[in-house]
Design a protein around this ligand. Structure first.
Ligand code: ASP
Ligand code: MG
Length: 301
């Protein structure tokens, strides 16, 4: 198949995925919010071993220093508090990763994630929702005309997905467990309990244990999604931000909202391009973008 026809096929899969995702969250009773791109503060993306961002992109506008979204997590917590409803966003993110990340084949410095948050939810609620999503998506894609045109079959998701603690995966596959474990897997699996950003909840009954999770695709495709139950108490948020040495002035508006009280919540975000890469079995994630945004690659337009 000519390269152009293949690209059309992959973009048609992406289009079907977006339409199925909008339908799924709508049927599940979520309110779809439009994304914000700029904020006083954004996700600090650390200390996550999966992140290599050089810096958060900033612009000065009318005397204010504004940051481009690494992710909308802070805005999601505020949205949950203001609305008290399940919300989701197709959220464009800018993550200025190191140039070497081109070789992971799964990093983009500009991508879109389906980012959702549920008030008063626990991690098991999120896992069940995500498993319903992949099941429905698989079923829906079997009717898509884009796959036969590409000469591939849509993946058959079998749920529930297995759950592993990160330390188990490290013991078995070493510190860089993600790709070796993914290569061995036949179905997506949950990897739970990572030391990560301040907003992922630390189990109050079990310090050093985190109530968060990644979903990992099989066949070497690696990380699909990250999320967690959230730290919603002001005191805990301050402590965790102190641990990460975050500049409090940047987060002052977020902290004010936290001080007035956040609702407990849990959520996650999954990368749309990573999902399309997995479904189309594409070698490099840049291959599912019409306008490639691969770290270390020159932008042509
Ligand atoms: N969206 C993710 C979350 O909900 C965070 C991320 O963007 O990595 O935790
Ligand atoms: Mg992640």
């Amino acid at each position: 198949m000519a390269d152009d026809a293949r690209l059309v096929g992959k973009l048609s899969v992406a289009s079907d995925v977006i339409s199925a995702t909008v339908e799924f969250f709508h049927e599940e009773g979520f309110i779809q919010l439009l994304p914000v791109l700029l904020g006083k503060s954004t996700d600090p993306l650390g200390p996550d071993p999966g992140s290599s961002v050089i810096k958060t992109a900033e612009i000065e506008y009318l005397g204010a220093q504004l940051r481009l979204m690494n992710s909308m997590i802070l805005h999601k917590q505020v949205a949950i508090k203001k609305l008290g409803k399940k919300i989701w966003i197709l959220s464009p993110n800018i993550r200025l990763e190191k140039g070497e990340r081109k070789s992971t084949k799964k990093h983009l410095f500009e991508f879109t994630q389906a980012d959702f948050e549920i008030p008063n939810a626990k991690k098991e609620d999120v896992w069940a929702l995500v498993e319903r999503y992949y099941k429905k998506l698989g079923k829906r894609l079997r009717k898509s005309e884009a796959f036969p045109a590409l000469g591939i079959e849509p993946f058959r998701f079998k749920t529930p997905f297995k759950v592993y603690e990160t330390h188990e995966l490290e013991e078995k596959f070493g510190a860089d467990w993600e790709i070796p474990a993914s290569l061995k897997a036949k179905q997506p699996f949950w990897a739970v309990c990572h030391k990560r950003e301040f907003y992922d909840k630390e189990d109050p009954a079990n310090p050093g244990h985190y109530l968060n999770y990644d979903l990992v695709y099989p066949l070497g495709f690696g990380e699909a999604l990250s999320g967690g139950e959230r730290e919603n108490e002001y005191k805990r948020i301050l402590e965790r931000m102190g641990r990460d040495r975050l500049g409090m002035d940047v987060y002052s508006a977020y902290l004010k909202e936290a001080e007035q009280g956040f609702l407990p919540s849990a959520g996650a975000g999954f990368g749309v391009e990573r999902l399309v890469r997995f479904l189309t079995q594409e070698e490099h994630i840049g291959g599912v973008q019409l306008f490639r945004r691969v770290p270390g690659e020159e932008i042509t337009i």
